[in-house]
Design a protein around this ligand. Sequence first.
Ligand SMILES: C[S@@+](CC[C@H](N)C(=O)[O-])C[C@H]1O[C@@H](n2cnc3c(N)ncnc32)[C@H](O)[C@@H]1O
Length: 400
Amino acid sequence: MTAFLNGDHTCILVRRAGTDCATRRCHRSHVRCEILFAGGMAAQQPSSGQNEGLLSTLSKQVDALCGAYTEKMRQLHSMLDVEEDSRERTARQTAAGRALWNHVIHDPLARFLAGESQLRKLQGKMEEAAGSRETAGVMLAVRTLWFDGKIEAALQRWREGSDCSELARPQVVLLGAGMDTRAYRLKCLEGCVVFEVDLPKILAFKSALLKCAAGTDKTEEAPCPGGREEEAGAEDLEPYAARVERVAADLATEEWWDKLRQAGFNAGEDSGAPTIWVLEGLLYYLKDAEARALLRRISASCVTGTLVLADFMNEFSTHLSSELQTQFYFHSDWPEELLPTLGFFCVRVSQMGDPDAHFGLINDNPLSLFHRLRHTPRYCRLGPDGSPCRRLFLVQCSVA
Ligand SMILES: C[S@@+](CC[C@H](N)C(=O)[O-])C[C@H]1O[C@@H](n2cnc3c(N)ncnc32)[C@H](O)[C@@H]1O
């Protein structure tokens, strides 16, 4: 990780070590945000003058991202604006986060999948947070990089430990995949089969938007007034994964498992195909019994050593439901105690700012939120100032 400060020390360009070799498309001329709000990373907060410059750059960046939509994409996003519920909306919210954090997350398709309304909302939040110690979206950026890194490391371990000629195709199952484009953006997924499981509406719109981005769906397309129409580069639309299967299913019911199997998922019982399960931003949208049933289904059906990556909210975080205009349910303050009871072992729990969840993006100022949370013992439900400790745990574990 390298950080550069520009002349006036407000502009920080971060390049992740290995990014250039991890992706083949960094040279593409997609709109790059080169500004990272200083609060997300530096111990110093930006001055008000510096903030003005940052906000104006952010606004130009969002205008440019929105200018990239074709008329057909706009129509699809307008339909989603009306039709999606608060749970489904989160799929585009996270895509917006990745689109605006594209200085650290290489996701050239995110802008097409996010939609103008979500990009503008996030812009508003970043503007509100300007000048504070925490940057809007930094958690999402760190979470994305954490999952990316763990997936890459696991696949590398498997490849090194196996005779490649005999290696069954690794599988990556994204539960609650939303607008995730890992199949297209992570080079380490070459040769893998990627299953994307989400609600039918989300996957249908995702496929339609990707078709538009590829320029393969020109139906009903009209010129975009005042907008700069742009399609994704052909290489962005070509998945690294050997196969991408979209599985439309409700993860709150058992039907998802059968549908996944019908799509070709192999639990490893006969092929020995290793699997990584990615539950990113999912579990807390399920009720307690549903989340436990889902986790039990994985542990009961998959071979020993199968890897599960997930993020967990602690109880206080779920109290943010109304503030974030959504509904959170499942939570655990101690995933390392819960998961062994559900058939997992080797549970490792990280928090924002831990060495494997830092990426140079977390403010290490002792007054910053994540620093205070990490230094407040986990058994303390309240911080020294009496405020509730709201934590997001990044968890990896294996099937026992
Ligand atoms: C916060 S988004 C995360 C999306 C994606 N994993 C990412 O990080 O960008 C949550 C996703 O979970 C999906 N989801 C929530 N409840 C679900 C359910 N019962 N069945 C299937 N998908 C669900 C939503 O549709 C949404 O796409």
